[in-house]
Design a protein around this ligand. Structure first.
Ligand code: SAM
Length: 344
């Protein structure tokens, strides 16, 4: 039975890993992966689930409930790009240290350990060892059921039910890769920044997956963001967008984490931008998120729920000539905060 399930997973993984297929064409394959894991997990996706049931507000942001975390699979381009980027990060780590297993710390593995499963079909337990960590015991129990059903137990070094922001990495077993997808567009609400910062400080040689999350400010002509294609049209050109880059507001990466050593636990530094004057009325000031999972495995605007553009978080109107200064607020309600600091 386990062999049959493993073979089923391997076939799905092969299709997902085949980089000749663009991520947005693989909804069916991700559906098959989600179906396979949900058949063997105690966390099921109920259509009647009340959003918010079972979630936890931690001191560093929102931890999605086991059911909502299980639904993340369905953001299928996200899932494909993370799976492919992780596989490439593992290959790089194997090339660097081929004589010992690569260690992954998967912080926020959810109820299916979804993002790592396809890689477990490519590398044996002597080549790849994983610590599965989640704040929700129900998710860890469910992930263990999936791992056992697929006969992948030998790949798992440890199961940890703990807040990742309180986790002490065993110093004798530092991870080679820290994997976490605990984020929202513009790094709002969920604890990705605090988790990456807390874990990477303990294992600064580890590769982060995602390797960089960037939030940039743009003026966006919203009406030109999409174009509608007639159902019978054979032309499928990309829309000609009209955006003006204003500047990088924030980045989460190994380099920025290293630069925050002398920074406290309330706020992190972020960029400032100046609005052009005059500010043409058809433009909306927006923040665009880009997730570089690994090298050229990247999620850009609209590829995923994680990269939906958002208006600049400022309570009132923004005028031409104003300078906007940002910082990243840490704590229970994390996110970018913007203040107007000057007008020219
Ligand atoms: C967005 S879901 C992603 C689930 C899965 N990794 C995936 O990509 O499909 C985030 C997961 O991280 C967990 N999580 C959030 N904050 C956490 C924290 N501070 N410590 C440990 N786990 C956390 C949640 O419980 C949830 O399972």
């Amino acid at each position: 039975m386990r062999r049959l399930l493993f073979d089923r997973l391997s076939r799905i993984a092969e299709a997902i890993h085949d980089e000749r297929s663009p991520a947005y064409t693989l909804a069916t394959e991700i559906g098959s992966l989600a179906e396979l894991v949900r058949e063997h997990a105690s966390v099921r996706i109920e259509p009647t689930e009340v959003r918010g049931n079972g979630e936890s507000w931690t001191g560093d942001g929102l931890a999605l409930s086991p059911t909502m975390a299980g639904r993340c699979a369905d953001d299928f381009a996200r899932t494909v790009v993370f799976i492919r980027g992780l596989r490439r990060a593992i290959e790089e780590s194997r090339a660097f240290a081929p004589d010992r297993p690569t260690r992954i710390l998967y912080a926020g593995c959810g109820p299916y350990a979804l993002l790592v499963l396809p890689s477990l079909t490519l590398f044996g337990p002597d080549a790849l060892q994983v610590t599965l960590l989640d704040i929700h015991g129900e998710s860890i129990g469910s992930a263990r059921e999936v791992v056992d059903a697929l006969g992948l137990g030998e790949h798992v070094e440890r199961y940890e039910t703990i807040d990742a922001c309180r986790y002490r990495i065993p110093p004798e077993r530092p991870p080679d890769i820290i994997l976490s997808e605990t984020m929202n567009a513009c790094l709002a609400k969920e604890p990705q920044v605090s988790i990456a910062r807390h874990l990477h400080r303990q294992a600064p040689a580890a590769a982060l997956v995602p390797e960089s999350i960037r939030v940039d400010a743009y003026l966006v002509h919203v009406a030109k963001e999409f174009h509608f294609v007639e159902a019978d049209s054979v032309v499928d050109a990309a829309p000609e967008r009209d955006r003006v880059f204003l500047g990088r507001v924030f980045e989460l990466s190994a380099e920025t984490i290293a630069s925050w050593t002398a920074v406290g636990d309330e706020r992190l530094p972020a960029g400032a931008i100046r609005m052009p004057d005059p500010l043409e009325p058809h433009y909306t000031p927006m923040l665009l998120t880009e997730v570089v999972v690994h090298r050229d495995h990247v999620l850009r605007s609209y590829d995923s729920g994680l990269t939906i553009p958002k208006p600049i978080p400022h309570g009132g109107p923004i005028r031409g000539g104003e300078t906007l200064a940002f910082h990243y607020r840490l704590g229970a309600k994390p996110g970018l905060v913007c203040e107007i600091v000057g007008v020219e």
